[in-house]
Design a protein around this ligand. Structure first.
Ligand code: G3I
Length: 379
């Protein structure tokens, strides 16, 4: 049966209009409500959570669930948080953390199993102040790691197994931690082997700061190559990315992504934040032991963030996320070290009591201009 040319065009027009209406309706129905959905095809979007949420802040938890699909524990899974003075266990906060991630079907990260900081000296030294034997330390590590990883097996999908084992001195030698002084690099191997034997399905990472910069990046690559040559079961590398608004350049970040990925490892940005305050000492950030005195000139935005700095921050976050999107195939996750400025550790590091603007949400838990720029990149 033939139909008139006009009728044919009318039918096509109606079909196209219907298709258009249905696609608009679909778009409205599938309206993306948070960062995690805008970046669903790129990488997971995570946030570190601390006492604010674990102590029950429903409004902040709602923001977390709306915007993020991965969580990291700022402190609750560290040795000092989990263990009592006599070597016993205290699970309350860690259980709350994992339960929150499970009920919201999030990618739950564990942080961290072997770190030189926040571990009592009694783990490494006996009553007379001498180091315990290598076997004694390995036994303590095995007990700690099998208990913690075993408790959350099948719930915590990824672990920062070893954190910050590389030093910041010239040449970035291995950090002379108690772990290293007793076991050498074998402390790293042991931590990974025990974690893998306890939960073979867990994604195991080496995590460090400053590895988005020349020098420490190359030291970290060399360490990872040695680990892989020794058959250590490492799956991913955590670039903490505690950045400053002025440095490092995006080309440094891009080089780290490409170079770490070339080792066959997944790249995680694990503690992303952006310090906007004067970095007058140019230290490699995030070494928690560093401290400096408060001076008003070191705290220029305590009464609010000037518009030009808000804009500068927005452009900085945008320029970095453009690189992340370019290398989305290599990146597993981008986690910010906190949710909103009021909860950022950078308000107290390396100077206590400053007002920083390090994250995507402000002190009223409203999005910074940077947030809008990141959405616009995935519109
Ligand atoms: O919870 C206690 C509180 O009861 C007590 O009154 C108070 C006294 O100062 O201390 C509180 O614990 C503090 C804890 O943060 C919770 O606020 C610890 O003293 C303090 O040392 C701890 O700082 C954490 C730091 O790691 C050391 O563990 C920061 O919040 C946390 O953001 C920071 O995170 C590290 C990563 O784990 C590794 N990469 C670097 C990053 C920044 O340093």
């Amino acid at each position: 049966m033939t139909i008139s040319r006009r009728k044919f065009i009318t039918n096509i027009g109606a079909a196209t209009l219907a298709a258009q209406l249905s696609s608009n309706a679909f778009a409205i129905a599938a309206k993306r409500t948070g960062l995690k959905e805008y970046y669903a095809d790129d990488f997971k979007i995570g946030a570190a959570i601390g006492g604010q949420i674990l102590n029950g802040n429903a409004e902040l938890e709602a923001l977390l669930v709306r915007e993020f699909n991965s969580i990291s524990p700022e402190n609750c899974l560290k040795w000092e948080s989990l263990r009592t003075a006599d070597g016993g266990w205290k699970w309350s906060d860690a259980d709350k953390y994992v339960d929150l991630g499970m009920r919201n079907k999030m990618y739950i990260v564990g942080h961290c199993l072997a770190w030189h900081s926040q571990v009592p000296n009694s783990v490494f030294k006996n009553a007379s102040g001498d180091y315990v034997s290598a076997e004694e330390l390995k036994k303590k590590m095995t007990d700690h790691i099998t208990t913690v990883v075993g408790r959350y097996k099948g719930k915590i999908q990824a672990w920062d197994v070893v954190n910050e084992a590389i030093g910041d001195e010239t040449g970035n030698p291995m950090r002379k931690s108690h772990y290293f002084n007793i076991l050498g690099e074998q402390f790293i191997d042991h931590a990974f082997y025990v974690a893998h034997e306890t939960d073979p399905a867990a994604h195991l990472m080496y995590n460090d700061y400053g590895t988005e910069r020349t020098g420490k990046r190359e030291a970290c690559i060399a360490l990872l190559k040695r680990m892989k040559e020794r058959g250590v079961p490492v799956n991913g590398v955590g670039i903490q990315a505690h950045l400053h608004v002025d440095e490092p350049g995006v080309e440094e970040l891009e080089k780290s992504i490409v170079d770490f990925a070339s080792l066959g490892l997944r790249v995680h940005f694990t503690e992303f934040d952006m310090d906007v305050l004067p970095n007058i000492w140019k230290i490699p950030v995030a070494d928690i032991s560093t401290r400096f005195e408060y001076k008003p000139e070191r705290d220029p935005f305590k009464d609010g963030l000037p518009k030009d700095m808000e804009e500068k921050l927005a452009l900085r976050w945008e320029s970095i996320f453009k690189i992340f999107i370019k290398h989305r195939d290599k990146i597993e996750r981008v986690t910010t070290w906190g949710i909103s400025d009021d909860g950022s550790w950078l308000n107290n590091f390396p100077i206590r009591g400053r007002t920083n603007y390090a994250l995507l949400f402000d002190r009223k838990h409203q999005p910074h201009e940077a947030y809008n720029k990141l959405l616009a990149l995935r519109k």
